[in-house]
Ligand binder design. Structure first.
Ligand code: URA
Ligand code: CA
Length: 443
């Protein structure tokens, strides 16, 4: 076997065998196959795609390049959730404790990111004392007692994906559905859960803006999960405007606390109920989506999810009093209202631009080593469909007081809003469920 022949085979549209895929991935990771050959192979995949079988083999080759987390000492069905990203996506912070309070078991590794804001780990790190780098023994002990733990991933999780992704990033081969699906699933499968609910975003603020592409990505990931013997289902949801009202780190922790306390923004609550229902159903805890949803709604009303969040924080060394007293979360130097320059109805909010504005303010990283100021963020006061008057605030910036950042973020933020004369409906949130080979579209 040699790399040249395998590149040529893929270039000419043939399928590679499992052994051939293992040869390429293994050879690339151990340095025997150079970047230029891997890059040529990735470009051939970009143009010719991959069969489901090839995607499964590629995923498993990447999983096996590193550690596979062994969760067998945790009793019961371990359920995970993954979102393909968006702006202000606070769902994990709400879902993990709520699902655990409802009988699910959530042993989750979650990212630190180079995004508009930090990843879920960065958001949780804004809670004073919170330890996100537990030993394996502590992690397992906490999941067995509290039924939920959230930690940062180890660096040995699917290292082949890390190297391949870095190469894709500089060779214009990121946006290939088989490569994205294998990349995401390699990390999820290495993290060891028995079942995974995927939230695949579509729309202007999403990684996969076109609905047809989001469906294809969801189907491919569900198929890969099934090859690996896991229960995997997907939900396709809209990311036309930021989710909920908070975009940042500590500010999203506060939003999660509010949501678990029954005072969450409608879109975030709806998404949590839908994803949470799917998690309870695949865990075998609820027999139908509607019984699962009732259970989750009751547990929000009775504050059981909030109590679970307090237990989780305490178990990981954090101060659970943040739940009662928001002053204990990092506070910004300055809060500034961003005022509407027009009267009318909010027609559109470009999620990506709001994300960029929050990054300019300092809520996200520009380089891997950059620290994040957890107190910074944006709180939206007006979402799509709402009526606004000139002079009213569209949002509040949580800022470190840096005038230059504020000015740049303000102009970015204002350009994200379209205000028109005609009333508009809020954008569609739920598009479809992908379960096995079925696609159930929402009406
Ligand atoms: N996220 C990933 O983890 N991998 C991709 O390829 C794209 C997005
Ligand atoms: Ca949010």
């Amino acid at each position: 076997m040699n790399a040249y022949e395998l590149i040529k085979k893929k270039r000419d549209g043939s399928e590679l065998s499992e052994a051939e895929i293992n040869y390429l991935v293994g050879g690339f990771v151990n340095g025997q196959i150079p970047d230029y050959q891997m890059a040529a192979f990735l470009m051939a995949v970009y143009f010719n795609g991959m069969s489901v079988r090839e995607c499964c083999d590629l995923t498993m080759a990447m999983v096996e390049s590193g550690d596979v987390i062994d969760l067998s000492q945790i009793n019961g069905f371990k359920v995970d959730k993954h979102s393909t990203g968006g702006v202000g996506d606070t769902t994990t912070l709400v879902l993990a404790p709520l699902v655990a309070a409802s009988g699910g078991i959530v042993a989750k590794m979650t990212g630190r990111e180079l995004g508009h804001t930090g990843g879920t780990v960065d958001k949780l790190a804004s809670i004073p004392g919170m330890n996100l780098e537990l030993t394996k023994e502590e992690f397992i002990r906490i999941v067995n007692t509290v039924h939920v733990s959230l930690i940062a991933p180890t660096s040995r999780l699917a290292p082949a994906d890390k190297h391949i992704y870095a190469l894709r990033n500089v060779t214009a081969t990121v946006d290939s559905i088989p490569l994205i699906a294998s990349s995401i699933m390699s990390k999820k499968l290495a993290a060891g859960a028995d079942g995974i609910v995927l939230d695949v975003k579509t729309g202007a603020g999403a990684f996969m803006p076109k609905y047809e592409d989001a469906v294809e990505l969801a189907k491919t990931m569900v198929n890969i999960g099934e090859c690996a013997g896991k229960k995997v289902v997907a939900l396709i949801t809209g990311m036309e405007q930021p989710l909920g009202n908070a975009i940042g780190n500590a500010i999203e922790v506060q939003e999660a606390i509010d949501t678990l306390g029954g005072k969450g923004p409608r879109d975030l609550v709806d998404l949590v109920l839908e994803l949470g229902s799917m998690m309870l159903v695949i865990s075998g805890i609820a027999s139908s989506g509607s019984t699962a949803r009732k259970k989750l709604e009751t547990h929000i009303a009775e504050k059981k999810g909030l109590k679970k969040l307090a237990e989780l924080i305490k178990a990981q060394g954090g101060n659970p009093e943040v739940i009662e007293n928001s002053d204990l979360l990092p506070q910004p130097k300055l809060k500034i209202e961003i005022i509407s320059e027009a009267s009318g109805y909010v027609e559109k909010i470009n999620a990506l631009e709001v994300g960029m504005a929050s990054r300019i303010l300092g809520a996200g990283r520009k380089t891997k080593s950059e620290p994040i100021d957890p107190s910074i963020g944006i709180l939206l006061k007006q979402k799509v469909g709402e009526r606004v008057h000139k002079g009213e605030p569209l949002a509040v910036f949580y800022s470190d007081g840096d005038r230059q950042k504020i000015a740049a973020a303000t102009s970015k933020f204002l350009s994200a809003y379209t205000i028109g004369d005609q009333p508009v409906e809020p954008p569609k949130l739920f598009y479809a469920r992908v379960i096995g080979d079925n696609i159930e579209e929402f009406s």
